[in-house]
Design a protein around this ligand. Structure first.
Ligand SMILES: [Zn+2]
Length: 252
């Protein structure tokens, strides 16, 4: 675990195994002392990630079942259930009602409900949750399964109305935010409602893309600047607060 003098960044949602050179990205996060939640998209990908994370101190591998892959990979749910007791970190899981993935939405719901009910029962999980056009449905599942009582839901790239954000706060959710989302009005709005204590930084690398090519894993400097600005704090105080939150969630 990170030692007391640890002063690196926090990337609470990125896909190291989908970057061009997975091993190099693991090594880079370690040498940058970046506290990283390396999410995965299929249960089959977990063991390889877990093996690499185990060699270092700063990266945690999470067991995932991405909603965009449920149509092809729902059969891996049994592997998910088999592996879940062995890790504290779950993600990426969730729902996606974007046009491309809407055809599998009913299936996604069944899978996500099973995943969250399992987490609720096992307890002590940190869960990184995807919610494209499904803020309300995601919160319904969190609440109905009781996952928020025994686990920590972290809403990744959460685009929602103010009342949904308040509901998520009441359920004890955390929010991982990236530079790209904070450049949009909705992202800035989120920070007006959420206290800094519930905010974490992420990159969603390698998916976050803009004309500059997006951020690499661990490159959260732009996000920190935008968050600091939103809370009228300086960058280092903002970073320190986020580091403390992440350390609390990822300890053990
Ligand atoms: Zn992601």
């Amino acid at each position: 675990m990170a030692d007391l003098n640890w002063s690196g960044p926090v990337d609470f949602h990125c896909h190291l195994d989908l970057c061009q050179n997975m091993r190099a990205e693991y090594a880079r996060c370690e040498s940058a002392r970046c506290l990283t939640l390396a999410v995965t998209t299929t249960p089959k990908a977990f063991s390889r990630n877990e093996g690499m994370a185990r060699n270092g101190h700063f990266v945690r591998a999470a067991l995932g079942m991405h909603p965009q892959l449920v149509a092809q990979r729902a059969s891996e749910l049994s592997l998910f259930e088999e592996l879940a007791p062995s890790t504290r970190y779950i993600g990426e899981v969730g729902l996606d009602a974007g046009r491309r993935f809407y055809p599998s939405f009913e299936r996604q719901k069944i899978v996500f409900e099973r995943v969250m009910a399992l987490c609720a029962r096992l307890g002590d999980k940190v869960i990184s949750i995807h919610s494209v056009r499904t803020a309300r449905q995601v919160l319904d599942v969190v609440e109905q399964t009781g996952a928020h009582r025994t686990c920590v839901p972290v809403l990744h790239w959460f685009n929602a109305s103010e009342s949904e954000i308040r509901r998520a706060l009441d359920l004890g959710c955390y929010f991982s935010v990236n530079e790209q989302m904070l450049q949009a009005p909705k992202g800035r709005k989120l920070l007006e409602t959420v206290p800094l204590e519930r905010v974490l930084t992420e990159t969603d690398a390698p998916f976050q893309s803009d004309e500059k090519g997006g951020n690499s894993p661990g490159d959260v400097r732009g996000a920190i600047r935008l968050i600091a600005n939103a809370y009228s704090k300086d960058n280092s105080a903002t970073e320190a607060r986020i580091r403390r939150t992440a350390t609390e969630l990822l300890a053990n």
